[in-house]
Design a protein around this ligand. Structure first.
Ligand SMILES: *[C@@H]1O[C@H](CO)[C@@H](O)[C@H](O)[C@H]1NC(C)=O
Ligand SMILES: *[C@@H]1O[C@H](CO)[C@@H](O)[C@H](O)[C@H]1NC(C)=O
Ligand SMILES: *[C@@H]1O[C@H](CO)[C@@H](O)[C@H](O)[C@H]1NC(C)=O
Ligand SMILES: *[C@@H]1O[C@H](CO)[C@@H](O)[C@H](O)[C@H]1NC(C)=O
Ligand SMILES: *[C@@H]1O[C@H](CO)[C@@H](O)[C@H](O)[C@H]1NC(C)=O
Ligand SMILES: *[C@@H]1O[C@H](CO)[C@@H](O)[C@H](O)[C@H]1NC(C)=O
Ligand SMILES: *[C@@H]1O[C@H](CO)[C@@H](O)[C@H](O)[C@H]1NC(C)=O
Length: 542
């Protein structure tokens, strides 16, 4: 090559370089990601880890101490997480009467028939039991199935004085007796009236809507217990080997009142029931119906507890949502189940107590339930910390006033804490509570945050110093489909990629890369130009 030619080529190369540089200035060196795939961070729990093993040892101790201090003759405990029973102790295959836990099965039957279109929960009881009537001193309202399910019909507690003991089984006679009874509260009173009679009526009302017609007993066994694999549970006590009870009435059959409290079960089987409640599988009813089932029918005046349909809702300190639970108490048998949808933890406690013992199965259940939920939450936090925690940085900022900004976003998962630091100092410091669904979060800075939802790794920012206004806006259901069209309240969105190696923050104008993760690849066009340059320089030399 002669020198004139090579000078021309050099000028040409310089021109190309300048164009390349200019375009590099206009293009963020950290290109924006396209919207990440909608993934939920999946995580396989390992219950053999030291964290879970020490939890289980702690549970062994707690349960031993409680049962020896509280005169339990026999007991069983099962702990469920998602679709697995992760811990059991005691007589887990022994059959105990679970008494009022039966009521939740009676309600489930009503929901199943409703989902099949065979009845409506707003049907009056009379629609299905034409002989039913009761004196209503308040107004002419007709009691509905939904009201029976939520203990808000205002019905008396029991049919006969002996606490739902054998009141006979002739329905005609029983309904005649009920016709002479009076409501004890107005329907939908804010002081609900727990009613064994109400749940018995519910079971006998919906059994008339089954097609082909089957009894409450047959429906519960064939359509609920069998599909759930609860083979050691049932409603016919004949020939059943129950956990010993020191009271002879322990074996009494409830006859017409069976839908209120007849079921017997084991810890192992109630574990399967809890798995169904938590996962919705097998799908006996829709997920919507499960949510409806555990929604409050009423809250008591202190707002700390209430009835669902007919679950008992309780506030436990530190829990965001009310815990859904049901207790059963009959003769010496006391039982309890509780579950928490957001951590997927459930616990079943069954026992036969010595007569005269006042201790409640809830006390034992909570001593198990609370540490399990805390452990699961801590494991979740560690997983998120490992995945998303770290310092993310990006030297480039296209949309900010100063090009000297060096944004660093520090993410500490758990609650995720996001710091944004620049050469000017700390710009943001905010916390996000990790929750499964759209829930308002800790708001403690001028920046307020919301974790969008578990199946999408994105977060919205709002800049409202007014916590109340912010919460109200969230309550007004932000448009989940259009996270960037939330108006003035939500001004930023952060998105993590599925592996947590980058995070995109469009408003700031770039992609932040986690320290230690691989550097961005050069864009192909620039790679091409640079290679071209190297080749030409080499050609010049040789
Ligand atoms: C589960 O944890 C135990 C104890 O840390 C470990 O030995 C085992 O390999 C883990 N199993 C899996 C599948 O990761
Ligand atoms: C529980 O669910 C997980 C994920 O959906 C599945 O891989 C696992 O096999 C299930 N376990 C049981 C015991 O059904
Ligand atoms: C139920 O009681 C009614 C009225 O006492 C009586 O006529 C009827 O025969 C009884 N039914 C059964 C199945 O015993
Ligand atoms: C329950 O019994 C049925 C029928 O007898 C059987 O097919 C099923 O495998 C049993 N389920 C369990 C969990 O034992
Ligand atoms: C933010 O950056 C400044 C200057 O680099 C530094 O002094 C400060 O400690 C940083 N703050 C945080 C919270 O990282
Ligand atoms: C909010 O911030 C203040 C001051 O930094 C701190 O004292 C307080 O504990 C924080 N509250 C919460 C709920 O984090
Ligand atoms: C969560 O995000 C996914 C994907 O965008 C969406 O399908 C789902 O409806 C969202 N869940 C809620 C509760 O908004």
């Amino acid at each position: 090559m002669d020198s004139l030619q090579s000078t021309g080529v050099l000028w040409f190369l310089l021109l190309i370089l300048m164009v390349a540089r200019a375009s590099a200035v206009n293009t963020p060196s950290c290109p924006l990601l396209t919207r990440p795939e909608e993934v939920s961070p999946t995580f396989t729990y390992n219950y053999s880890t030291p964290e879970f093993q020490s939890l289980f040892q702690q549970l062994d101790k707690t349960i031993k101490l409680f049962t020896s201090n509280n005169r339990l003759n026999s007991y069983a405990v099962a702990v469920v997480h998602g679709n697995r029973t992760i811990y059991t102790t005691g007589l887990t295959t022994t059959k105990f009467r679970v008494a009022s836990i039966t009521k939740t099965f009676t309600a489930l039957g009503a929901l199943m028939l409703r989902d099949q279109g065979l009845l409506s929960l707003d049907d009056t009881v009379k629609t299905h039991l034409p002989e039913f009537s009761i004196i209503n001193p308040y107004d002419d309202h007709e009691v509905t199935l939904r009201e029976l399910m939520g203990h808000v019909a205002g019905l008396p507690r029991d049919l006969c004085n002996l606490e739902h003991l054998q009141c006979g089984s002739n329905e005609t006679e029983i309904l005649e007796q009920v016709a002479g009874m009076k409501l004890v509260r107005p329907p939908w009173s804010n002081e609900p009236a727990y009613s064994n009679l109400g749940l018995s009526l519910l079971g006998h009302a919906w059994e008339k809507a089954t097609s082909p017609r089957v009894s409450w007993e047959e429906f519960v066994v064939e359509r609920i217990l069998k599909p759930l694999g609860m083979n050691n549970s049932g409603v016919d006590l004949q020939g059943v080997d129950l956990a010993p009870t020191s009271l002879p009435e322990g074996l009494v059959d409830l006859q017409w009142s069976r839908p209120a409290a007849q079921l017997y079960s084991t810890a192992e089987d109630l574990g399967k029931y809890l798995q169904f409640l938590i996962t919705g599988e097998p799908a006996l009813i829709s997920q919507t119906s499960i949510r409806e089932w555990v929604s409050p029918a009423t809250l008591f005046n202190d707002g700390q507890a209430g009835y669902a349909f007919p679950w008992e809702l309780r506030q436990i300190p530190d829990f965001i949502e009310m815990v859904v639970s049901k207790s059963g108490d009959m003769f010496t048998y006391r039982s309890h189940i509780s579950f928490d949808k957001s951590s997927g933890v459930g616990v079943a406690v069954l026992g036969s107590y010595e007569p005269g013992t006042s201790s409640s199965p809830i006390d034992l259940a909570d001593r198990v339930f609370v540490p399990v939920v805390k452990t699961v939450e801590s494991v979740n936090a560690q997983f998120l910390e490992a995945k998303y925690g770290g310092t993310y940085s990006c030297g480039f900022s296209a949309y900010t006033k100063s090009t000297t900004f060096d944004y660093k976003v520090r993410v500490i998962a758990g609650t995720i804490r996001v710091y944004v630091n620049s050469s000017l100092g700390l710009l943001a410091d905010a916390e996000i509570a990790l929750v499964n669904d759209v829930v308002p979060v800790v708001v403690n800075t001028t920046w307020s945050l919301l974790l969008k939802n578990a199946s999408e790794n994105s977060f919205w920012f709002g800049e409202s110093p007014d916590c109340g206004a912010f919460a109200a806006q969230i309550g007004a259901a932000p448009d989940l489909a259009h996270p960037n069209e939330l108006g003035t309240l939500f001004t930023n969105v952060i998105r993590f990629d599925p592996d947590g190696k980058t995070l995109e923050w469009p408003v700031v104008g770039g992609v932040f890369r986690k320290s230690g993760s691989s550097p961005p690849l050069l864009r192909p066009s620039r790679v091409f130009l640079v290679s071209l340059l190297v080749i030409f320089i080499l050609l010049q030399r040789f």
